[in-house]
Write a protein that binds this ligand. Structure first.
Ligand code: ADP
Length: 209
């Protein structure tokens, strides 16, 4: 997405009002040469604000900044922003899993079965719940307190970030394991997509605009 200059905003206004309109006519309204206008028109057609039809002229696409932003987001895939997953085996103790959570500075740990496939997810709240519940001890396996497959919400490397972010909102969770289906519906964990991934992406996009 591009930040519009004053001149580009003015061109959009002219096209909105008079479109379809030829480049010639826009140039004359702005008292500009065709050559000086050309780069602005290329920017505005590339960014999706305007479209050009041969022999008809330029017209306004009606796309708002928001829909252009959504289009940018849709091009970015989970694989472009995922980070390294923090994983433990299902028979790891609750105590050791909690230590990993702290040492790895993460909010969620993915739990793997004995063959290395996704078995469940354990979050900060699950540890807290197990503490106040009074029925769990630190020596119990983490599998005892995790949320278990098939109730785990996942994403895939090729999914677009908007869709993955929508899952985080819909299920009110902080992170999604990034998985690849291997066999018999078994899932290999290859990354994590979290609220931090989204925040980092926003700040990077913000810097580019
Ligand atoms: P927090 O514990 O910091 O609130 P979440 O909001 O992510 O973290 O977790 C809330 C609940 O949802 C926890 O019980 C957790 O096990 C579960 N959970 C977290 N991530 C997922 C996921 N991807 N799929 C299914 N359940 C999840």
């Amino acid at each position: 997405m591009v930040d519009l200059t004053e001149r580009q905003a003015r061109i959009i206004e002219i096209v909105k009002k008079n479109g379809p309109i030829s480049g010639e006519e826009i140039a004359s309204q702005l008292k500009l040469s065709r050559a000086a206008l050309r780069p602005h028109l290329s920017v505005l057609t590339m960014s999706g604000h305007l479209e050009a039809r041969p022999r008809v002229g330029y017209y306004y696409t009606g796309k708002t900044e928001n829909s252009l932003f959504a289009r940018t987001l849709r091009k970015i895939k989970v694989k472009d922003v995922k980070s390294i997953p923090v994983v433990v085996k299902e028979d790891t103790s609750v105590y050791d899993a909690a230590v990993s959570l702290i040492l790895e500075d993460t909010g969620t740990i993915f739990v793997l079965d004995e063959d290395g496939y996704l078995a469940g997810v354990v979050s900060r709240k699950d540890f807290l719940r197990s503490c106040i519940g009074g029925t769990t001890t630190g020596q119990m396996p983490v599998g005892f307190i995790m949320n278990r497959m098939p109730n785990i919400v996942t994403t895939e490397p090729e999914e677009d970030v908007l869709e993955a972010a929508r899952k985080i909102m819909e299920y009110q969770i902080d992170s999604l394991p990034v998985v690849r289906q291997v066999k018999d519906g078994k899932l290999k964990v290859i990354g994590r997509f979290t609220k931090t991934s989204i925040t980092r992406l926003m700040t990077e996009l913000g810097g580019e605009i």
